[in-house]
Design a binder for this molecule. Structure first.
Ligand SMILES: Nc1ncnc2c1ncn2[C@@H]1O[C@H](COP(=O)(O)OP(=O)(O)OP(=O)(O)O)[C@@H](O)[C@H]1O
Length: 757
């Protein structure tokens, strides 16, 4: 202990020195005079780099050193959160980053395959003090436990939860390490039961990839997608604790820049919206907005009624569709054709020679007429009627609010499915409550509509020309002042002027403000951004349309998707990985599995396994790594006593150290939350529920991916009956517990739970 304490103290000394240096460089960079835009840009880049460095060094403070490996051929190597160099340039580093190849045996060596190690030592620190060492001798050649650092692992698993997920750098297991360091090409699907560490593995893999492919991923960014904002809050500390801050975390409802879609809808509606044939529905809905009228339309221009026949409109539409594929980009061509035609009709009327000769108008007259027609409000209204400019929000809002539009866009659908899409428009003063299932549809609509940016481009062009003119003026002034100051012509010829070094174009370019946003910020604001890697958690919940969106954001298909088919709760979600992925990525995916449950004690897992088996999916529950300390229990009450019993049981559970959740069918959330709040402080429920403040009352869907020291499941029959995949929901609810589980059932206990005392 003393020897390790001494070494760890030295490591912290190095960390402090590295931090002081980074701090100094940061301060220096901030005070650099930004003499020109280029220097400003360089300064910003340095400030950003040094800020990230300081952040990473700060993050390494807690648990800097996680262990040590003693190699049979060489000396020991210490493993930690970051790499720290030794004093002698040629020697081993003082600390090896856990992600470096040299650290790998720390996680994967076994007595049977010692990988050149004699011993592995887990080091646990509190603050800067070493508090515990766990040694494994690896020279015996006899297989013991299949776990890496079993004592340290069990110690970590027994720790009370805080409501926020923590990293597992100290105790990553061999099967998890293999996935964390797997090649990043193609889609890697990680299937594993509850508590097998899928979320932990996905986040550590993100940190590993950022370390290994730093440059590429710093440029393109890494996206982590989770099911709900609550879940994202739960995992939000893990990557920063690993020193990685540049990652974009988003829920499915937040994948469209500027939109936070949290509207609720029936699972059947979300399922229909998630189907791949919505692509055709949206195509049909766009085509439906390119209208050919049944009868001729007339517009009044300066007192003349000008006529547009259906055939004229059809021809103009054809020409527009040939000019551009996307609706909004083709519209200017349509408008131009309509205006041309109306101008011709107009000219025929006013320029016709009464004696029957040629038209009396010349080209200039025609151009003037054209301007008149184009500027006429009635003409604009007509063009907008026949081919409106559409935003995705307008396309979708209009479609869902009108049963006739829905019917026209869904040939071959049955009326029940059509009725699911129908949503009366909100009152004009209310914003549309978009739901997460709408987000992939809005994104798809963007792809079909295109964005006519000709006006923006014209504005940008005008800006550029203005900057150019200003820059030229600046150079002229510099040149002018030189001529005045210098009288000797010979001398003048030898002095370089600003204009010799830089021309107006370059100067204008430099004056453009540099984009100082981080990669994650730029990516979050840009719908067309493509990421270097995408991590999807609870991937079983994603609908086919959501997969389509994500693949668009990651055309290289470098993705990690972790999930559990036995926990699928949404109707649109996956029941087989191949079926889900192949339409989007073909064969470019592979499957890895995790088999050990680190969260839930064996006694609780046995109950959950019965529920899973009764669900009839054929899936098997993962084996628990540890026995529990408290036996799970069930109690049958009457409906009338339920609220009181829930409150009393929650109070009892909340008396233990750690977090508590009450998991209930959606229909009971309000009543149960009120009953519990009458007895215990800090109760919260719904999407913003926060278990660090007190017990949370949540549905199985909201509980997905989370964990709590104590879990009380209320009305298991209700959970089975209310969910679209009721057994999966009850399985999720039961497997949230890390220590204690109770079940309260109003009426007979479902036979799936018969094992409970
Ligand atoms: N190697 C490990 N060392 C320490 N703790 C671990 C390890 N692996 C997993 N855990 C812990 O086990 C718990 C479950 O992990 P995680 O939430 O990642 O599982 P999951 O597979 O995503 O579960 P679910 O499917 O239920 O969402 C977490 O508390 C996690 O920190």
């Amino acid at each position: 202990m003393d020897a390790e304490q001494q070494y760890v103290k030295e490591l912290y000394g190095r960390l402090d020195a590295a931090r002081d240096l980074a701090d100094k460089r940061l301060k220096q960079a901030i005070s650099w005079p930004a003499v020109d835009p280029q220097a400003l840009q360089e300064r910003d880049a340095t400030v950003r780099f040094q800020t990230e460095r300081v952040t990473a060094l700060d993050a390494a403070e807690a648990g800097l050193c996680v262990g040590r490996i003693d190699r049979t051929e060489d000396g020991p190597l210490y493993i930690g959160r970051i790499g720290l160099a030794a004093d002698d340039a040629g020697g081993d580093p003082a600390l090896v980053d856990w992600r470096a190849p040299a650290a790998r045996p720390f996680y994967t060596a076994t007595p049977v395959h010692p990988l050149g190690l004699a011993r592995r030592r887990h080091i646990r620190t509190r603050g800067r003090t070493v508090v515990r060492l766990d040694d494994e001798v690896l020279t015996g050649g006899v297989a013991g436990s299949s776990l890496t650092g079993e004592a340290a692992l069990l110690d970590a698993l027994d720790t009370a939860r805080t409501g926020r997920m923590t990293d597992i750098v100290r105790t990553i297991q061999a099967e998890q390490d293999r996935i964390i360091r797997a090649d990043d090409r193609g889609v890697l699907v990680v299937q594993g039961g509850p508590g097998t560490g899928k979320t932990a593995v996905a986040l550590h893999r993100a940190a590993y990839l950022l370390y290994t492919h730093r440059e590429r991923l710093a440029r393109r960014g890494l996206l982590v997608v989770g099911p709900t904002p609550t879940f994202l809050r739960y995992i939000a500390d893990v990557l920063p604790s690993l020193g990685e801050t540049g990652v974009l975390l988003a829920g499915l409802g937040q994948l469209r820049p500027g939109l936070d879609a949290r509207g609720a809808e029936a699972p059947e509606v979300a399922a229909v919206k998630g189907r791949l044939d919505m692509v055709e529905v949206l195509q049909a809905a766009v085509a439906d907005r390119q209208v050919v009228p049944d009868a001729p339309r007339e517009v009044l221009v300066d007192g003349f009624a000008l006529r547009l026949r259906p055939i004229d409109v059809a021809r103009a539409q054809n020409a527009a569709r040939k000019a551009a594929r996307l609706h909004n980009l083709a519209r200017p061509e349509f408008a131009r054709r309509v205006v041309d035609l109306l101008t011709r009709r107009y000219a025929e009327r006013i320029g016709a020679d009464v004696r029957g000769g040629a038209n009396l108008l010349d080209r200039e007259d025609l151009a003037a007429l054209r301007r008149e027609v184009a500027g006429e409000t009635a003409v604009r209204v007509l063009v907008d009627d026949l081919w409106p400019v559409l935003t995705p929000e307008r396309l979708l809002g209009d479609l869902f609010a009108d049963p006739d539009r829905i019917a026209r866009a869904t040939p071959g659908w049955d009326d029940a499915d059509r009725a699911l899409l129908y949503r009366p428009g909100p009152p004009p003063t209310h914003p549309t409550p978009w739901t997460p299932a709408d987000v992939p549809l809005l994104d798809e609509a963007d792809e079909l509509l295109g964005f006519d940016d000709s006006e923006q481009r014209a504005r940008a062009d005008r800006d550029r020309r203005r900057r150019l003119a200003e820059a030229q003026e600046t150079l002229d002034v510099l040149h002018g002042s030189r001529s005045v100051d210098l009288e000797d012509e010979h001398l003048e010829a030898e002095v370089l002027s600003a204009g010799d070094l830089i021309d107006a174009e370059q100067l204008a370019e430099r004056q453009r403000a540099a984009d100082t946003r981080t990669t994650a910020e730029r990516a979050a604001a840009d719908r067309t951004w493509t990421f270097g890697h995408v991590v999807v958690d609870e991937a079983q919940e994603l609908s086919p349309m959501a997969w389509r969106l994500l693949v668009r954001r990651c055309p290289t298909r470098s993705m990690t998707a972790v999930g559990d088919l036995a926990q699928t709760g949404s109707l649109a979600g996956a029941s087989a990985w191949a079926e889900t992925l192949e339409p989007h990525v073909g064969g470019a995916w592979r499957l890895e599995e995790l088999t050990v449950n680190y969260r839930t004690p064996a006694e609780i897992m046995a109950v959950a396994a019965d529920v899973l088996a009764a669900g009839g999916t054929g899936a098997t529950a993962p084996a628990s790594v540890r026995p529990g300390t408290a036996a799970p229990w069930a109690e049958v009450t009457g409906e009338a006593e339920l609220a009181g019993r829930v409150a009393a049981a929650t109070a009892e559970l909340a008396g233990h150290e750690g977090t508590t959740a009450v998991v209930v069918p959606a229909s009971r959330v309000a009543a149960v939350a009120a009953a519990v709040a009458g007895r215990v402080a800090g109760v919260s429920s719904g999407p913003d529920a926060d278990s660090s403040a007190g017990p949370v009352v949540i549905t199985p869907t909201e509980a997905k991916g989370l964990e709590f020291d104590s879990v009380l499941v209320v009305d298991p029959r209700g959970i089975l009956d209310e969910g679209v995949r009721g057994h999966n929901d009850l399985y999720v609810a039961l497997t949230r517990a890390t220590q204690r589980l109770g079940v309260l059932s109003p009426g007979v206990l479902p036979e799936e739970l018969a094992r409970l005392a």
